[in-house]
Design a protein around this ligand. Sequence first.
Ligand SMILES: *[C@@H]1O[C@H](CO)[C@@H](O)[C@H](O)[C@H]1NC(C)=O
Ligand SMILES: *[C@@H]1O[C@H](CO)[C@@H](O)[C@H](O)[C@H]1NC(C)=O
Ligand SMILES: *[C@@H]1O[C@H](CO)[C@@H](O)[C@H](O)[C@H]1NC(C)=O
Ligand SMILES: *[C@@H]1O[C@H](CO)[C@@H](O)[C@H](O)[C@H]1NC(C)=O
Length: 240
Amino acid sequence: MVSSWLLFLGSLLPFFTGSKAAVFTLQNRCKENIWPGTLSGAGHPLLINGGLQLKPNERTNVVAPTGWSGRFWARSGCSFDQSGKQGNCTTGDCGGLLQCGGIGGTPPASLAEFTLDSPEDFYDVSLVDGFNMPISVVPSGGSGNCSAVKCSSNLNLQCPEKLQVRVNDGGETVACKSACLAFDQPQFCCTGAYNNPQICKPSNYSEVFKKACPTAYSYPYDDGTSIFTCKGANYSIIFC
Ligand SMILES: *[C@@H]1O[C@H](CO)[C@@H](O)[C@H](O)[C@H]1NC(C)=O
Ligand SMILES: *[C@@H]1O[C@H](CO)[C@@H](O)[C@H](O)[C@H]1NC(C)=O
Ligand SMILES: *[C@@H]1O[C@H](CO)[C@@H](O)[C@H](O)[C@H]1NC(C)=O
Ligand SMILES: *[C@@H]1O[C@H](CO)[C@@H](O)[C@H](O)[C@H]1NC(C)=O
């Protein structure tokens, strides 16, 4: 699911041009290997062929062209064959591929979403489809508000039972579904009769996410406290 404002901004993008490319620095601060993935908005180039591996404490720079929009997430518990074309991940999997190649991550996965140069950069952390690992977005060198968005709590440790994703019965919780993903009901997904910010309100489930990560999207109409802007910045995307 894409936040409503991203769809709106995406439609305005062709009208703005002119600033420089942005550098995203993906950083693994987890204790284990992770496999960041990226998916671009329609009409925007796919970066790093959609994914790569980062060992603990590794980082990598990814250059995005002016006006780019898209998202980043990270996969956990992956194993791939030599070709990187056959494998699987415990969370965030994209068709079993090391390089996602335009395939999105299977939810639940914590997302960092961007729409650059519109005319400012808009960014957010979204848990609308759930959480798989802590994720933060930290701008550098830009002008404007440029707040860091930190979702550094490990929600897997506080996940309500009905939302937990476990590797096997009694195993550790590896991800936490949103109520929309778990129950597929309009009042949680803000669909059907609830497709309206006046009607679709936070639930006791989304409040668990909001409490752990107050500046991340906890349900689709959580725009008020979850959208951030900055101009001309580079961005670190920090996992764990
Ligand atoms: C995951 O991939 C590994 C390595 O390719 C394979 O051995 C294993 O059977 C796969 N597991 C599942 C559940 O597909
Ligand atoms: C972004 O990073 C690039 C490459 O390191 C650098 O040349 C540029 O000045 C940076 N931009 C800002 C706004 O810090
Ligand atoms: C910057 O954003 C934060 C978070 O939304 C907000 O609390 C603060 O008032 C904003 N500052 C300015 C100068 O707009
Ligand atoms: C949310 O409310 C429902 C209905 O009252 C209840 O069944 C459920 O246990 C509550 N969940 C949490 C996480 O509080």
